[in-house]
Every structure is written in structure tokens, then in C-alpha cells.
Design a protein around this ligand. Structure first.
Ligand code: RIB
Ligand code: CA
Length: 312
């Protein structure tokens, strides 16, 4: 039996790779993709999801969501993801966008599903917080939330906070207080999942469209200035942020997790910090270790996977 998932994302170079991986395996059944403002505006993240789903010849339901965080204004990252959020690598594409907003679509899919659904989140948690606030009746249909965000002892948008949590700490607080099982794939996981320059060369040699696109994405991402983590990431390398929660669902055996009680800092200098309080009455399973070679091999296997609609 496949694992049914819904992906909420802000494509974004790494969200795009995560979507391609989620659609390219025999383990996950992607029920819907929903978009949120984050890396770039929600108009652009939704447009990028259209491009990727069209590129993958997918027919997965797509909906757009929150234009801004619950309280704070949006601080987008065109400097990292490019003006369009995808380095201009894919042309705008025709692809149907559901008339429902993200939280309403997710609610409908959860309530009509016979089984619980796992929600993968690779952007700010705004849409999921809105789902919890607007439709509490569907919470017990969520199997777990497997998200990219946070960090135990480090940040990337500030020294305290990771971008997805920093963008909407009010939403993160609602989600981490909801009682829904959470797998938190934070920066520690991303920094143990480095796609090295030599891995990008190997991917570029795979003879199919997905691999050519992903190698170009990784080449562009490898040019981003990450001097703040230069002891971990060399020029041409890229931490795999958003592919991690997808990889976790496909191959949980290559990860190590620890249960923590995580508190979200809402404001001030530490806005967006995911602070470990203790490990009793935990609210999240946090990824603390990843087998780097295995996650790269998994990415490559997904890229070699023959998608049903792919003529290649
Ligand atoms: O901090 C990394 C996260 O922020 C990733 O999800 C990336 O896409 C950006 O949204
Ligand atoms: Ca993202």
C-alpha cells in the first residue's frame, strides 16, 4: 500500500527537487500539491508548481494558498531562488489550479479519504496553521506532518532561526501545539544531506529530462553564496533542504531521530527559533542524523525512476 501524502510548498529550487522525488517512486501517492508564499510570492510559487507538474506530465491536484504569513509581512528570497523562484529554468505552463484555497482543498481531501494522510511541508507553515484553525474537524485525519524547518542549534536566515519557521513563527506555534505528530527535518538534517559538486556531475550524466533539469537546478543553487556555512558546504555543493522530508518518508531507515519538546520563539531577536525545552512530553521527532550517501543514492534512484506518463 502506498503512503498517501499532500505536499505544501513554496517552490523554490529545493521544493522543486522535492516534488520531482515525491512523484518518482513506488512508495508515495501524491494526492495534492498546495502552495504558500515564502521563497517568492504565492503567485510565483504557484506558477512554479504549475511548471513542475506540467514538466512531470502529472495530473495531481494543485491549489494556491496564503499570500503572506499570519502576522508578519513576507520577506522573500529571490536572491537565493532567482527572480521567478526557479532560476528561469522552466517556462510558464498551462496547468489547472483548483478554485479552493490550500486549506480548504486539504480539508476536503482529508475528510473524504478512507485513510489518514501524511502532510509534507517544505515552506512556511501558514497553510497548515489555517487548516488547523479553520477546520479542526479534520485534524485526526492527519497521520503526521513531515516538514523541512527549524534547527536545534543553528539558523540560516538569522543566527537563531531557519527561514520557514522565521517566515511564520505564529503558524509554526499553532502547528507545534496542535498535538499532530511531527517529524522535523531541520538544518542539522540538511547539513548532513549535502549534494556535492561530484554528485551533480553524476546526475547530469543520467539520460532523462528530470535529471537534466535537476542537475541544472543544483548547478545554479551551487552558485549561491553560503559562506556562512563554508566549513560544511564548498562552492558547487548544495544542502538538500526540502528533499529531506520526502526522503524520510521513502527511506526512514537512513535517518536517526530524537524526540524533543520544541518551543517556537514568536518575536524579538530570536524570532523563529525552534528551542529544545526538554525531551519529556515531546511534540516533535527531530532528525539528528542522515546517511549522506544513501540520501544522494535515493535522489539518483528517483531521477532514474520511470514515471508512468514519461515518454522517455
Ligand atoms: O531554510 C530552507 C528552507 O527555506 C527551504 O524550504 C527553502 O525552500 C526555503 O523555503
Ligand atoms: Ca521550501
Amino acid at each position: 500500500m502506498k503512503i498517501p501524502i499532500i505536499m505544501d510548498c513554496d517552490p523554490g529550487w529545493d521544493d522543486t527537487i522535492a516534488i520531482i522525488m515525491a512523484l518518482s517512486n513506488n512508495i508515495l501517492d501524491v494526492k495534492a500539491i498546495t502552495c504558500v508564499a515564502g521563497n517568492v510570492s504565492v503567485e510565483k510559487t504557484t506558477e512554479n508548481a504549475k511548471k513542475v507538474l506540467n514538466f512531470m506530465k502529472s495530473n495531481v491536484i494543485l491549489a494556491s494558498g496564503a499570500k503572506r504569513p499570519l502576522v508578519y509581512s513576507l520577506r522573500s528570497l529571490e536572491n537565493i531562488h532567482g527572480e521567478d523562484g526557479l532560476y528561469g529554468l522552466l517556462e510558464n505552463a498551462e496547468y489547472g489550479v483548483d478554485k479552493r484555497k490550500a486549506d480548504e482543498l486539504i480539508k476536503d481531501l482529508l475528510l473524504e479519504s478512507k485513510e489518514k494522510i501524511t502532510i509534507v511541508v517544505t515552506g512556511a507553515l501558514t497553510n497548515i496553521a489555517l487548516l488547523i484553525k479553520n477546520y479542526p474537524e479534520c485534524i485526526d485525519k492527519i497521520k503526521k506532518i513531515c516538514m523541512m524547518g527549524g534547527g536545534i542549534a543553528t539558523g540560516n536566515i538569522t543566527k537563531y532561526a531557519e527561514f520557514n519557521i522565521y517566515t511564520d513563527p505564529h503558524a509554526a506555534n499553532i502547528v507545534f501545539s496542535s498535538g499532530i505528530p511531527i517529524v522535523m527535518c531541520g538544518l542539522e538534517a540538511s547539513y548532513k544531506s549535502i549534494c556535492k559538486k561530484e554528485d551533480v556531475v553524476e546526475i547530469s550524466k543520467i539520460e532523462n529530462k528530470k535529471s537534466k533539469l535537476v542537475s541544472k537546478i543544483l548547478e545554479e543553487s551551487g552558485k549561491v553564496n553560503r559562506d556562512y556555512i563554508k566549513e560544511i558546504v564548498k562552492k558547487g555543493d548544495s544542502p538538500l533542504y526540502d528533499p529531506v522530508p520526502v526522503a524520510y518518508l521513502i527511506r526512514p531507515d537512513i535517518f536517526k531521530t530524537k524526540k524533543y519538546n520544541i518551543k517556537i520563539e514568536i518575536e524579538g531577536e530570536k524570532r523563529g527559533q525552534t528551542k529544545v525545552i526538554n525531551n519529556n512530553n515531546y511534540n516533535a521527532e527531530v532528525v539528528i542524523d542522515v546517511n549522506r550517501k544513501e540520501i544522494i543514492d535515493l535522489l539518483i534512484n528517483c531521477l532514474k525512476f520511470k514515471n508512468k506518463n514519461d515518454g522517455e
